[in-house]
Design a binder for this molecule. Sequence first.
Ligand code: XAI
Length: 600
Amino acid sequence: MTTTKAPKKLRSQEWFDNPDNPGMTALYLERYLNYGLTREELQSGKPIIGIAQTGSDLSPCNRHHIELAKRVRDGIIAAGGIPFEFPVHPIQETGKRPGAALDRNLAYLGLVEVLFGYPLDGVVLTIGCDKTTPAMLMGAATVNIPAIALSVGPMLNGWHRGERTGSGTIVWKSREKLSSGEINYDEFMDIVASSAPSVGYCNTMGTATTMNSLAEALGMELPGGAAIPAPYRERGQTAYDTGKRIVDMVREDLKPSDIMTRAAFENAIVINSAIGGSTNAPIHLNAIARHLDIPLDNDDWQAIGHDVPLLVNLQPAGEYLGEDYHRAGGVPAVVAELMKARKLPHPGALTVNGKSIGANCENAENFNTDVIKPYDAPLKRQAGFINLKGNLFDSAIMKTSVISEEFRARYLSNPDDPEAFEGIAEVFDGPEDYHHRIDDPNLALDENSILIMRGTGPIGYPGAAEVVNMQPPAYLLKKGIHALPCLGDGRQSGTSGSPSILNASPEAAVNGGLALVKSGDHLRIDLRKGTANILIDDEELQKRKDDLIAAGGYKYPASQTPWQAIQRGMVGQLDEGMVLKPAVEFQRIAQTKGLPRDNH
Ligand SMILES: CC(C)(O)[C@@H](O)C(=O)O
């Protein structure tokens, strides 16, 4: 499928070439002429292309975009456009406290104001670190001017003593060894540093590689663009091609709403299961969809994604890392495997290059079937998410592809009650409480314990922190118990191999079911039925709720910054994408709200 649309007056010309209002036109033009740009350039109908720059010294995962933007500029100029690079509020997953997710909606708001308020005809979205990708796609969806995403790419593979060390995943594995005394603090630091050997984002299938792969799956990146490691030659070349392509997209008036359709989201859900994508993906894709007025929820993730097998053998669900993923063929090779099995739901979905995802990928070669498994010989069958419900919450996600053999044998193998387990709750109010008490022998935790982390959702821990993957106490680790069931209203790193029950909505901070659980309560989780319940009767549960509300509701720490307070007042829950409620009413503003008014 290709797109050809009649040329229309460029948006930027309303600023730069409006003879009906010479005063304003002169004012809009004069300062931009100071860059050495000529009137001829700005008034001849050349598309003005924004480069939304997410790289900075505060955001190491995206910092390489500062280099790549040079090649994007070259591409834009080569295709007859004019590049205008501008900064985006930095979001660094590993650096920002109390959590980078708090800033996703802030960066989104900033991008919307820039795209709407300046003379831009199209935009290159420089994506990478976890939240930069959804923030940019949400902004592009809202303003709906032609947009194309460029990944910064993963870091090179990490190595330590001849073994691959993957971002994040090695932290969770090695902290167990540190706790049980197998390695010391310095060794721990060296092992973790080895996993971050170059520019780029996490080299595992963490949230960054997931979200960049899904940006490609949604059709918003050039084919093959997600997996190229940041330092590779092809990365700069893709940057150049991306710059060239956005100019033509403006000429074709190919907009995010033409590409990110319900069909594209359904493709992305299937591809997410096949790559073993992060539990953060439903949050962000549900959010992007909301900004496009496309219905999408966690029931869709289970219905469309659960039966899809795991094909990509990357950590944390598998063994390899980002360079291997790229060399095996990246997203196009995964899509080709799905297509051969007729499991890509919508091969006809349009992508930024003007062709369908099916046309782009059907002949893509899989160069390493140990890294990208054929559909009929997957790493795991039925590897998508389960959407659990019950009196504990209305929705919480469990990633089945990271359920280990040890976990399955201990919790999910009772022949009389397959896929279900019961346990006794130990409740922690936030990560501080967990760190303070987990090794206390008086808790007497054992394999029947279920660890609960609450107060960590979008309101309780503003933005919802990645704190739910809790390791067992040292005394259980030493006995060989590497994972207890974990459950929480916060999130978990996409690099974690723990099969936690995450993103529970509504959260404790709005007096959801988790606020009512007490340590010692019996819980029942049934993966086949998709249920998670406290085993107490409804009357007792209602009484606990009444008592909690009478006592003023679940308590959480006060806001520490203005944005924390503002967002807390208007943010939704994780199952609905943690979006700002008023913001979703502003879908497609460039089409529905006209142009902004003149400023003088
Ligand atoms: C590893 C991080 C920082 O936790 C994140 O990038 C993720 O994968 O979720």
